[in-house]
Design a protein around this ligand. Structure first.
Ligand code: AHM
Ligand code: MG
Length: 344
């Protein structure tokens, strides 16, 4: 059986771009190398000495840093940082960007990552992943500016994620379709397994941390109550699936359709998930697969963040499901406003 490796696929794609310098292929190759190292480490969690548990440090998000979080951050930063394809790396784990020093020959791309998403699932053998996003340096000259690090979601050159699960799968888009590759562990090679992925137009599943019900706003509660109603002619009730690793919840949603949501709540008034490291890359993927991504009010890819660690609400998945969430949220908001106005 003839199989296409990831590198062959990227080279084929690059042929259709006569201006390509090979820098993008180099960068994607290095992402593959880093992800194989992390995949191996995740698979030996429990055996490896320094894989499970906490480092004792607190990251920029105020969260406890797991050993595997730190390992993934260092692995990606070291490998991508030496690729000669990027001039800056930003990470969910680091407050400040890492600007590539001139002796390491900076390239034209900016690499953003959540090196290990779903940290709370590391110790319990549940799927975790890496999310990445690639932008082009916009400003002239050697200096990396604020404008380079805070670009509109639409300006991403490529984005992807790697799920470390029952098998390791890499899914990416460079704006011309979405492709998935599965790691053959015996060969240490990623092979094309999901060509030109398309998300179903509508699903039958919703995904949210419903434990937050008591701290959700009324319109969010109304939306979930609506999804749970018994109304077979419109496909409800929807099934509930929630892993608590965005990358794994998103992967299921992409393949099967449905709606993933992490709304704002009392404890996270701006939302929990991060624009640069989570929402924007997954939004680029879902749109290229025919789906949608929204804050509930605004298309994610229309947003230009104010800071590299900005958070926002996220509603992502099948086109019809995201549209349903948006219209439902705005309808109940209006109704809420009207009732509030009536009751004075
Ligand atoms: P992390 O990047 O530190 O792992 O945090 C993000 C994770 C997402 O993977 C997941 O969707 C969400 O946080 C789960 O949050 P909660 O535990 O509040 O449901
Ligand atoms: Mg994350």
């Amino acid at each position: 059986m003839e199989r296409t490796t990831f590198v062959q696929h990227i080279r084929q794609q690059e042929k259709s771009n006569p201006g390509a310098t090979g820098e993008f292929t180099t960068l994607m190759n290095e992402i593959i190398v880093a992800s194989k190292i992390i995949s191996l480490e995740v698979n030996s969690a429990g055996i490896g000495e320094n894989v499970l548990g906490l480092t004792g440090k607190i990251n920029v998000q105020g969260e406890e840093v797991q050993k595997l979080d730190e390992f993934s951050d260092i692995t990606f930063t070291t490998i991508i940082g030496k690729s000669e394809a990027v001039c800056a790396i930003t990470s969910e784990e680091k407050e400040d960007p890492y600007i590539i020093p001139s002796e390491d020959n900076p390239g034209k791309y900016i690499f953003m990552m959540d090196p290990l998403d779903g940290s709370s699932n590391i110790d319990v053998n549940v799927n975790i992943g890496t999310i990445f996003s690639i932008y082009r340096k916009k400003s002239e000259g050697d200096e990396v500016t604020d404008e380079d690090l805070r670009q509109k979601g639409d300006e991403q050159v490529a984005a992807g994620y790697i799920v470390y699960g029952s098998s390791t799968i890499l899914v990416y888009t460079a704006g011309q379709g979405v492709y998935g590759f599965t790691l053959d562990p015996s060969l240490g090679e990623f092979f094309l397994s999901h060509p030109d992925l398309k998300i179903p137009e509508q699903g039958s599943t919703y995904s949210a941390n419903e434990g937050n019900w008591g701290i959700w706003e009324e319109n969010q509660k109304n939306l979930v109550s609506f999804l749970k109603e018994d109304n077979p002619s419109s496909g409800r009730p929807y099934k509930l699936r929630y892993i608590g690793s965005l990358v794994a919840d998103f992967h299921r949603t992409l393949l099967k359709g449905g709606l993933f949501m992490y709304p704002k709540d009392k404890n996270s008034p701006k939302g929990k998930l991060r624009f640069s490291f989570e929402a924007a890359p997954l939004a680029l993927i879902v749109e290229n697969a025919g789906g949608k991504a929204s804050t509930g009010k605004q298309r994610i890819l229309d947003i230009t963040p104010k800071g590299i660690h900005d958070r926002l609400p996220l509603f992502i998945g099948s086109k019809k499901d995201v549209e349903m969430a948006e219209s439902h949220l705005s309808a109940t908001e209006k109704k809420g406003g009207w009732f509030k106005w009536l009751s004075g």
